[in-house]
Ligand binder design. Sequence first.
Ligand SMILES: [Zn+2]
Length: 318
Amino acid sequence: MCRCLAATPAAYSGTGHGVGHLPTNRVIGAEVMDIASYLIFGDLHGRILPAFRLASAWSQEHGVALSGLLQVGDLGYFPDPSRLDKATAKFAAADPLELGSQLVASPTIEADAVFHGEGHDVGRLWFTAGNHEDFDALNRLDRQERHGSSFAVDAYERVLCIKDGSIANLPGGLRVGALWGIDDMAPNARRRTPERGRIRDSSLTRLAGARFDVLLSHDSPRDAVLANSGSEGITSLLELARPRFAFFGHYGSRFGRVEVNARATEVYHLAGMEMRRNGSVAEAGSVGLLTWAGNEGAFEYLDDAWLRSFTRHNWRHR
Ligand SMILES: [Zn+2]
């Protein structure tokens, strides 16, 4: 869930199901190697291992090999239980899944079961930072990685944060730019966001002059979901950099393609994947499939009926 907002939806254009008609590598092991498939997740708030398990189950059941996973921030990276932010501490008191980053920060039986147990290898997960993360911990790891565009936040080197304003070159030739944080300037912006959880102009500037295929941000373009919310900087960035796709989260259970003044880019909002809906199932619009073939791609949300079959009760064995 979004920990915050209640206002008027602004600019949705429906639920935004797949665009484009790419051939896909539907058969694992087929010789169509130039096509990369990624699952993209909305806010996870700690549900890192469930995301890997969901991807493994989906890959296996649909016969689609995955190159990796992407995530739009609010991963819920709080490796130290004494350093939770206020909202996370409140939600974690009722739901231990909020604390899932602790299961990967050091080796655990739970993570071993996901990363070394049965199931399909779904590669690594790359994420941008949202507004609910331990930014001191992220910054410490960020500084240690002096040369790369991303850094591992876990003991298994499966969960990687893309540096703010940087572009990661991922399997299949996909170039993914990351913008950390949320807007703090729109009329309805949140004012009590930690400094590092706010969008930085310097990161917008770096990305505006770069070339990449996908933007991962946590906040939306301005007015894309809620009136007087979201980032004008993201709107301008999309106009200037013109990536093929942009994905964001942050606004709870809403999802869909959004119309913004950036015609070269398809912009999609992902719902949080928190397994709260109907008490326990993966939320509609919380995961989508990006298929990428060199310089063109297609995106579609995963089938809602399939998502309903993945629950907080069966995720370990699904
Ligand atoms: Zn958020």
